[in-house]
Design a binder for this molecule. Structure first.
Ligand code: SF4
Ligand code: SF4
Length: 366
C-alpha cells in the first residue's frame, strides 16, 4: 500500500512536535473533508499542480507563530515603526521557512509535500487576478478548518491569549493525516463572538482608517461542515488604499496610521478606483518611506508597513483591546518631510506643518 493511503496519526505527532519546538504556538491538520465546499483558495491540490507535483494533496498542516506585542504597542502608538515592521517581516519569513522545512521532512518520509509563501502569491490565471488578489492558498481558511484559530469580527484569524497578533503558515502533503476539529465559538479569541454579541467590542472595525468593515452586517463563508461569519467588507479596495499606505488619515482628522497621505475615500466604487490610481501615482512621486520593503508588490511598489491596525489592535482581551484603541486614537498624525522623514504631530500641529511646507510637496499627499 502506498504511503499516502493510510491515516498517519504518529506522523501528526511528529509534525506537531517539530513545529512546536520551532516556536509555533498552535498546530492543526486539515483534510479534503475539512475544507469540502470551501472557497477555491482552500483547494490544496492547486499548490501541487502549480508546482508540477504529480500526486494527490490529501492534507494541509496549519501553524501559527506569535508576533511581538510590545513592538505592536509601540507601532500602534506611533512611537516606533521599525520594531514591529522588522518583527512582522521576520515572522513572515519564519513561517515560509518552517512550511518548506516541514515539507522537506515529509519528503524524506516518502510523501509529496510543499511549503507555501506567506503572502503576495496569487492565482494569476484568474481573470482580473491583480484586482481581486486570489491567494494560491488561504492560510486563514485552512487555519480555521484545522482548528488552529477562529475568525474575529474583522475576519482576521486569532487564538485565545494571543488575539489576532499572529502569523499563519501552511504546508500541503500527500500524507493522509488525522484532521483536527474547528474551534467552537465559545473558545474564540474574539470578545464579540465568544459572548454571542453581548460584548460590544468591534474595535477592529473602528481602527480602520479606510472604513472597510460594516459594523452590523456580516458576510459568510462555508468550509467543511460549518458556516462562519465576519464583518462584511464594504469594498476591499478600501483596505488596499489603507494597508498599502496610500492613505493614512482617519476621516475624523484626529489620528492616522504611519502613512502621511490624506485621501478621502469615496463610497462610489468607480470614484474610489480613480482615487486609488491617483494615490498610487502620488505615492510614486513622494520621497520614499524610510526602510520600505526590499521586495516589490504586484504593482512593483516597495511599500513600508504603515497599517494592519484591524489585526494589531486585537490582543483578544477586552481591556487590552481598549488600551490599544486608546493608544491608536491618541497617537497623532504622520507627516512626511521633503527629505522622507516621518514626523508624528498632534492633529493641529500636523495641519499647521502642512501649510508651512512647499505646496509642490504637500500636493503629493491628498
Ligand atoms: S477587536 Fe474585538 S470584535 Fe474585533 S476581532 Fe478583536 S475581540 Fe473581536
Ligand atoms: S489593514 Fe488597515 S486599511 Fe486594511 S482593513 Fe485593516 S485597518 Fe483597514
Amino acid at each position: 500500500m502506498a504511503k499516502s493511503e493510510t491515516v498517519e496519526t504518529s506522523l501528526n505527532e511528529k509534525i506537531k512536535e517539530f513545529l512546536l519546538d520551532e516556536g509555533a504556538i498552535k498546530v492543526g491538520f486539515a483534510t479534503k473533508e475539512s475544507v469540502a465546499g470551501g472557497p477555491p483558495s482552500t483547494d490544496f491540490d492547486y499548490l501541487f499542480k502549480s508546482a508540477g507535483i504529480d500526486a494527490e494533496a490529501n492534507s494541509a498542516i496549519s501553524f501559527a507563530l506569535p508576533l511581538d506585542k510590545e513592538a505592536i504597542r509601540l507601532f500602534i502608538a506611533k512611537k516606533d515603526r521599525e520594531a514591529h515592521q522588522e518583527d512582522n517581516r521576520r515572522t513572515l519569513a519564519k513561517s515560509v521557512y518552517l512550511s518548506h522545512k516541514l515539507a522537506s521532512i515529509l519528503q524524506a518520509e516518502g510523501y509529496a509535500a510543499i511549503g507555501s509563501a506567506a503572502n503576495l502569491k496569487y492565482r494569476e490565471e484568474i481573470h482580473q487576478w491583480n484586482r481581486f488578489l486570489p491567494p494560491d492558498i488561504s492560510h486563514r481558511y485552512i487555519a480555521v478548518a484545522a482548528g488552529v484559530g477562529s475568525f474575529g469580527w474583522s475576519g482576521n484569524v486569532g487564538i485565545n491569549g494571543y488575539g489576532a497578533a499572529i502569523i499563519l503558515g501552511t504546508t500541503v502533503t500527500s500524507a493522509r493525516l488525522e484532521p483536527t476539529a474547528p474551534l467552537p465559538d465559545h473558545e474564540s479569541f474574539c470578545e464579540w463572538k465568544k459572548s454571542d454579541g453581548q460584548v460590544k467590542c468591534k474595535i477592529c472595525a473602528d481602527s480602520c482608517i479606510a472604513e472597510m468593515f460594516e459594523k452590523n452586517d456580516a458576510e459568510y463563508v462555508s468550509i467543511g461542515a460549518r458556516t462562519y461569519s465576519y464583518a462584511k467588507r464594504r469594498n476591499t479596495r478600501r483596505c488596499e488604499f489603507g494597508c498599502g499606505g496610500f492613505t493614512g488619515l482617519h476621516p475624523s482628522g484626529k489620528w492616522s496610521t504611519w502613512s502621511p497621505a490624506r485621501f478621502k475615500l469615496p463610497d462610489d466604487p468607480k470614484k474610489l478606483n480613480k482615487e486609488y490610481i491617483r494615490a498610487i501615482r502620488q505615492h510614486i512621486e513622494r520621497p520614499p518611506m524610510p526602510n520600505a520593503a526590499e521586495v516589490p508588490n504586484v504593482a512593483g511598489l516597495k511599500l513600508a508597513t504603515t497599517c494592519g491596525m484591524c489585526q494589531l489592535v486585537c490582543f483578544g482581551d477586552k481591556k487590552e483591546n481598549a488600551k490599544n484603541y486608546k493608544l491608536l486614537t491618541k497617537s497623532g498624525c504622520a507627516v512626511q518631510e521633503p527629505d522622507g522623514t516621518i514626523v508624528i504631530l498632534s492633529p493641529e500641529e500636523a495641519e499647521k506643518k502642512l501649510q508651512q511646507m512647499p505646496e509642490e510637496h504637500t500636493a503629493l499627499y491628498s
